[in-house]
Design a protein around this ligand. Structure first.
Ligand code: 5GP
Length: 198
């Protein structure tokens, strides 16, 4: 199964994803391709595959991406073959993808569970972004503006999880995963005899 998770910058999405991966060893995080330069401590092939714009455009031309998007002037894309390789190994995929990417995946009827992480309020999101202190004023302003425009896409998602506190939000996402493990589509994959009852 594919679980898509989006949420504006500063909403706590990465922490939630880290916790979910710890609790669900049969899940892997989709590693995207990006033209963004690596940040300190980011590792090629672990955080992202860091590539040039040229290579990105070649891959896009060969339709190798399930979706791709421009975020803060950088390009990000999800490789179809990377995901399918992992699925063949029996893994489920967690995708950390912005709203533009989700829109494309849904347009391609990509099966999956779509979750959006919400802040308790816009004011609280602004406070969390400022507290991170990694951004200068201008990029902070851009991130907040982008966050608001992302939040307007809430209705594309199957589930909305409000991150009042991390533990509660992790619990909510885990509940969604647990329920999805019992979905008709998942179960029928595992017990083929169900289709064959005479
Ligand atoms: P960052 O540069 O901070 O790692 O990521 C910035 C944004 O890009 C995040 O909101 C993240 O969800 C989004 N992003 C990362 N990888 C992908 C991808 O493969 N596709 C899309 N559409 N968005 C991505």
């Amino acid at each position: 199964m594919r679980i898509f998770i989006s949420g504006p910058s500063g909403v706590g999405k990465s922490t939630i994803i880290t916790e979910i991966l710890k609790r669900n060893p049969d899940f892997v995080l989709s590693i995207s391709y990006t033209t963004r330069p690596p940040r300190p401590r980011e590792v090629d092939g672990e955080d992202y595959f860091f590539i040039t714009r040229e290579v990105f455009e070649e891959m896009e031309g060969r339709n190798e991406f399930l979706e791709w998007a421009r975020v803060h002037d950088n390009l990000y894309g999800t490789s179809i073959s990377w995901m399918e390789d992992r699925e063949r190994q029996g893994r489920h995929i967690l995708l950390d993808i912005d709203v533009q990417g989700v829109r494309q995946a849904q347009q391609k009827n990509s099966p999956g569970v779509y979750i959006f992480i919400l802040p308790p309020s816009i004011e609280e999101l602004a406070r969390r972004l400022a507290r991170r202190g990694t951004e200068d004023d201008e990029s902070l302003r851009i991130r907040l503006k982008n966050a608001k425009s992302e939040l307007r896409s809430w209705s594309m998602y199957d589930y909305l999880v409000v991150n009042n506190d991390i533990a509660g939000a992790v619990q909510d996402v885990q509940s969604i995963i647990n329920a999805s493990r019992c979905s008709r589509e998942e179960i029928i994959e595992r017990i083929p005899w169900l289709r064959e009852i005479e």
